[in-house]
Structure formats: C-alpha cells, structure tokens
Design a protein around this ligand. Structure first.
Ligand SMILES: *Cc1c(COP(=O)(O)O)cnc(C)c1O
Length: 354
C-alpha cells in the first residue's frame, strides 16, 4: 500500500478471480467459462464494430437493450447493460444499500458480494445455508435487508424454485431483492418475468457463462423502470461508455442466435449429468447442480489435495480454503472429452492414495 492510498480502502481485501496460469496448457475447469467459442456471426459483428472504433460506443446501448428486452419479454427501459454483470451488481450495492440498509446474502455464495459491500462501506450479514447447502426461505422472509441471491447459487449449483423466490421477494416489499442469474441458462428458471409484478425485484444476467463471451464483458439487469433508472444513475456517474462498441455488437449478434446458444447449454447440461455419474461411481458426493459446474467432495481426499493433484496433471479446478467448503472442489463442465480426462485423472489420483 502506498502512503497515498485512501484510508477509505485501506482494509479492503479484493476479490480473487480463479487463476489463469500461462506456464502450460491446462484443461481449464476453474472459472466456469464456456468450452465453446463464439459463433462466426458474433466474431464478424465485433470485427465490423472496430472499424468505427474512432467513435464512442452508444451510451444508451440501444441495440443490445432492444434485443434483450425482446428476448425476455420486457420493455427497453426495464433493462440496463454493463461491463460484465459484476459491474451492475456493484451498481446494485451502491444504489440499494447504505449504512442504514445493510445487505444480506448466504454464507456460501458468490465471493464478490462481500467485496462489493466492503468496497462501498456497506454493512452486511451472511445467512448460513443449511448443512446440505440448501437455502431455507424462512431465513429470508421479512429481513428488511437488501438481499442478494444467486440462483442457481454458486459454487453449489443449487437452484431455488421460482415460487420460493417469489415468496422471498414478496416478504420484503420495502427492500430490493437482487437475483443473480449468471447460471440460469443451464437449468434454472428465470425470474425476469416476475419483474412486472414485483416492484422490488432486480434480476441480473451475463453473457460470460452460457453465451461464450466471458472475455467480451457483457452483463445486464432487468427490473421496473424506476429501479433501472437508479442503476443507470450510477452507471452515468461512473462510466457512461461502460460497454465498448465491439462488445455491444457481439452481444446483439449473440441474441440473434438464441437457438445455437440453447443447444450449447443443452450439451453442457448433458455433459454435467454424465460427469456427475462418473464421479459418483468414483465415490464423490455432489450437490444437485443446475449450473455449468459440479460441486463435489470425496471422503478419501481433501479439496486442496485434489485441486493440487489435478493441477499437476494439467487440469484446473477451483478450491476455496474457507471452513465450510474446504473439502469441496468446483469443477466447470466442459466438453465430453474434457470431462473424460477429468474422470480418468481423478481415478488415477484415488488409486495412488491406496
Ligand atoms: C461469473 C459470475 C458473475 C459475473 O460474471 P461477469 O463475467 O462479470 O458477467 C456474477 N455472478 C456469479 C454468481 C458468477 O458466477
């Protein structure tokens, strides 16, 4: 820390993204990216857009917002786009929480929520999930806190049924509930249609996981227009050109090929079920994941050791040291070949233990 660093941030522990090592070619199953590249049409659209790169991007992001609104059956002023959904999640912390209105979220969830809260000096409470990592909706009824709920959750992959989510939203009419749907396309049920009936609901999504555009950085949020206007106030107060021209074009093109995207998600869901079967046969326990990853533990090997052993065999998975989940690893679902390689590496590792 330099002596110039603002005291405001001196205690801040930043979010640590999954590693992206360059020392060799790994099978990358650690950051939930898509194993499929973007389509030719999406690449072409981005290429075409850089031809006009001397001009600023559209600060209103009209084309992609129109396409998103059409895709989700909402109005254009009920959607905002952002530089990855991390950005709009940060805007939501800024817009809907403060000293008097703390944030709350599960103890096991996306690690960035606590960092957003801390960076914005917002008090927060972590609500423990049950022993099996399911969420007890009674813990979220009428809390009077701004709630952040990833659905499906990460890193557990467990999804909440829409009526349960709805009951949580309805029980907190005076606070905003933010539902983070980064993984919804792999088997969850989107809450976006609920925005028409729920004036306190914000639903965020991303092109990073199911749409093969993690590197383009494109996220979005849906909500009633007043909520979206609040988020837009933060956007225009920090970075009105938050989404670049190439990404806007790529996102719009991606929405024009929803069918292809759905097929990719179906393949990943199929690979997930197959890989889960292989790992179960090897003695793993897993949550019921509706996402593009598996959250697995094994009675004979700790999470950290498994992570290290896989890394030395050229396969990256994600491990956290925090108490409740240190026995687990999170494994991104890739292609069938990648999942076969994983299963065979795990088999070798377990055999070497005896
Ligand atoms: C990946 C992820 C995000 C953010 O992704 P972006 O790339 O910033 O859009 C948000 N929430 C959860 C739970 C995630 O896993």
């Amino acid at each position: 820390m330099s002596r110039f660093f603002s005291k405001k941030y001196s205690g801040l522990t930043p979010y640590v993204p999954g590693e992206q090592p360059k020392d060799m070619r790994y099978i990358k199953l650690n950051t939930n990216e898509s194993p499929f590249p973007p389509s030719e049409a999406v690449v072409k659209a981005a290429e075409e857009a850089i031809r006009h790169g001397e001009l600023y991007s559209d600060p209103e992001c009209l084309a992609v917002r129109r396409a998103l609104a059409d895709r989700y059956g909402a109005d254009i002023d009920e959607v905002i786009v952002s530089n990855g959904s991390d950005e709009v999640l940060n805007f939501a912390f800024m817009a809907f929480c403060d000293e008097e209105h703390p944030a709350a979220f599960p103890d096991i969830t996306y690690g960035f929520y606590s960092v957003f809260a801390e960076a914005n000096r917002i008090p927060y409470r972590e609500i423990p999930l049950r022993e099996d990592f399911t969420l007890d909706p009674r813990d979220y009824a009428g809390t009077r806190e701004t709630l952040f709920i990833a659905n499906p959750n990460a890193p557990t992959g467990i999804a909440l049924p829409l009526p349960v989510l709805r009951s949580i939203v309805d029980s907190n009419p005076d606070r905003v509930v933010v539902v983070d749907e980064a993984y919804v396309d792999f088997g969850g049920e989107s809450a976006v249609p609920l925005i028409h009936e729920c004036p306190n609901l914000v639903v965020t999504g991303t092109f990073s996981k199911s749409r093969s555009l993690a590197g383009a950085r494109l996220g979005f949020a849906f909500g009633q227009r007043e909520l979206i206007r609040d988020l837009d106030t933060l956007r225009n107060s920090t970075n009105p050109y938050n989404v670049n021209r190439m990404t806007l074009a790529a996102g719009t093109a991606s929405l024009a090929e929803d069918e292809r995207n759905r097929e990719n998600c179906a393949v990943i869901a199929e690979n997930r079920e197959r890989a889960a079967g292989q790992l179960k046969e090897l003695g793993f326990r897993m949550t019921d994941s509706r996402a593009n990853f598996l959250f697995a533990s094994h009675p004979r090997i700790g999470g950290e050791e498994l992570y290290r052993s896989l890394k030395s065999r050229g396969i990256l998975v994600r491990h956290w040291k925090s108490e409740r989940i240190r026995d687990h690893v999170r494994i991104t679902v890739g292609t069938a070949e990648q999942m076969d390689a994983l299963a065979s590496a795990v088999r070798d590792i377990l055999e070497e233990l005896t």
